[in-house]
Design a protein around this ligand. Structure first.
Ligand code: SF4
Ligand code: SF4
Length: 380
C-alpha cells in the first residue's frame, strides 16, 4: 500500500494535494500552506517516512514536529483527480431555525439525503478532487447528520469551511467536534447589533441571545471565526455598530449588502434591500463556476454554483462521472443572453448572467442589478 491509499481511520495532521496544476501542503485548522513541486509530491506519495526537507518545511511553517510520528498516519496524500475540481459548496439541508426576511432560499424545506447517500456523495466530492469544501444550509449545524458529514469530509482530506448563524455553536458536542477537528474557518452571519433588530430581521425571539452565546463559546475555544454583517432595511442604522463590535472582538468581517431574489426567482426578499447600502458590483470578467468548483444541494444535485442552479446533475444517479457535463452547462449559463444580448454596457456590468436571470424572474427593479436604470425592464 502506498500513501495514496493511507489508512483513513487515523487522523492526519497534514494534507498533501494536487491543486489547479500545482501541489500544496495544508494543515487543517491552521492558516497558510506550502507549494511543492510535482517531483516532491511524487516523492511524498511513495515515501515510507518523512524526507528531511519535508520535516523541516512543516516545522518552519507550522511549528509541527513530524519526527517520531507515523508518516502514513500523519500525512494524507490526495491523489490526482481527472475531474479537476478543487472547491465545492454543499448545502446539507435548506431547513433553518430562523426565518430571515432577506433569505434567498425561499421555501427552506427541511429535507436532505440519508446517511448512506451522504457518504456516497462525500466520496464523489473527494474523487472529483475537492480540497476545499464549504458546508452550508439552511443552518448546517441543526441538521442531525452534520457531525457525521463534517467528520467524514475531514477524514477524506478536505479543508472545511462552515457558513452558520452560530445558534448551535455553544452546543458541547458541536464544540467538541470543531475543536478536535478544526475547520479552516467558520463564517457567522450577524443580523444586527441589538436584540431588537437581530430578532426582528431573523423573525425569531431569542436569536440574538443564541448568537452571543454561540459566539462567546467559539471565541473561548479559539475557533477561527469570520463575520458576515448582513445589512437590510431593518438593521441598516446598525452597520457601524456591528463593525465596531466585530473589531472589538478581533474578528475579521465583511458587510453583505446586496440582496438577491430567492433561488426560485421569487421577489419577496427584494423589499429588504437597503438602497443606500446597495453596492455597485465589480465588473464581471468571468468565473470558474462549473469548471473548478460546483455546488451540491440537499438532494445531491450538482449545479455550477448556488445561483445558477438549473440545469442540475443528479450525482446520486450519475456518480462523479456526471460532473463531466458541468463545464458545458457553465459555459452556456454564463453567456449573455435574453435582454443582455448585445448590451453595450456589458463590459462594465457586475451582474453575472445567472444572477441577472434570477432578478428578471423576480421582476426586480432594474436599479438593483442593471446599468440601464432609465429604460423599461428588458424581456429575458
Ligand atoms: S453567481 Fe455568477 S459570479 Fe457567482 S459563482 Fe455563480 S456564475 Fe459565478
Ligand atoms: S444586466 Fe443590464 S448592464 Fe448587465 S449585461 Fe444585462 S442589460 Fe447589460
Amino acid at each position: 500500500m502506498n500513501n495514496l491509499e493511507g489508512d483513513m481511520t487515523t487522523m492526519h495532521k497534514l494534507i498533501v494535494s494536487p491543486f489547479l496544476g500545482e501541489y500544496v501542503v495544508l494543515r487543517p485548522g491552521s492558516p497558510g500552506g506550502l507549494k511543492i513541486s510535482e517531483g516532491k509530491y511524487r516523492e511524498l506519495a511513495e515515501a515510507a517516512s518523512s524526507p528531511s526537507w519535508f520535516t523541516d518545511a512543516v516545522s518552519a511553517s507550522w511549528g509541527y514536529d513530524l519526527s517520531g510520528s507515523s508518516f502514513a498516519e500523519t500525512v494524507l496524500i490526495r491523489p490526482e483527480s481527472p475531474y479537476g475540481y478543487v472547491r465545492a459548496t454543499y448545502e446539507l439541508n435548506l431547513g433553518c431555525n430562523y426565518e430571515c426576511e432577506h433569505c434567498y432560499l425561499g421555501l427552506k424545506k427541511f429535507e436532505g439525503l440519508s446517511w448512506p447517500e451522504r457518504e456516497k456523495l462525500l466520496y464523489i466530492l473527494r474523487d472529483a478532487g475537492v480540497l476545499w469544501l464549504q458546508l452550508t444550509g439552511g443552518e448546517p449545524m441543526i441538521d442531525k447528520l452534520f457531525p457525521e458529514v463534517y467528520g467524514l469530509a475531514y477524514e477524506l482530506g478536505m479543508m472545511l469551511t462552515i457558513l452558520s448563524n452560530g445558534s448551535r455553536l455553544a452546543n458541547p458536542k458541536i464544540l467538541e467536534l470543531l475543536t478536535t477537528h478544526r475547520p479552516h474557518d467558520i463564517t457567522l452571519s450577524m443580523y444586527g447589533a441589538t436584540e431588537a433588530s437581530y430578532d426582528g430581521l431573523t423573525r425569531r425571539r431569542g436569536a440574538y441571545r443564541l448568537f452571543t452565546k454561540g459566539l462567546a463559546a467559539a471565541r473561548e475555544a479559539g475557533l477561527p471565526l469570520k463575520l458576515s454583517l448582513i445589512v437590510t432595511n431593518t438593521n441598516k442604522d446598525e452597520l457601524e455598530q456591528m463593525q465596531a463590535m466585530a473589531d472589538a472582538w478581533g474578528i475579521p468581517h465583511d458587510a453583505f449588502v446586496n440582496m438577491s431574489p430567492t433561488i426560485y426567482g421569487g421577489p419577496e426578499t427584494l423589499p429588504t434591500q437597503s438602497m443606500e447600502h446597495l453596492r455597485k458590483r465589480k465588473p464581471f470578467t468571468g468565473c470558474h463556476a462549473g469548471h473548478t468548483f460546483f455546488h451540491v444541494d440537499p438532494h445531491g444535485m450538482a449545479s455550477i454554483c448556488k445561483i445558477g442552479r438549473d440545469p442540475q446533475i443528479p450525482l446520486m444517479d450519475e456518480g462523479v462521472e456526471g460532473l463531466t457535463r458541468l463545464g458545458a452547462i457553465a459555459d452556456s449559463l454564463l453567456l449573455r443572453q435574453g435582454g443582455c444580448t448585445g448590451c453595450t454596457l456589458s463590459g462594465s456590468c457586475g451582474t453575472c448572467m445567472p444572477l441577472v436571470t434570477l432578478y428578471r424572474k423576480a421582476k426586480s427593479p432594474l436599479r438593483n442589478y442593471c446599468q440601464h436604470q432609465e429604460r423599461e425592464e428588458v424581456k429575458a
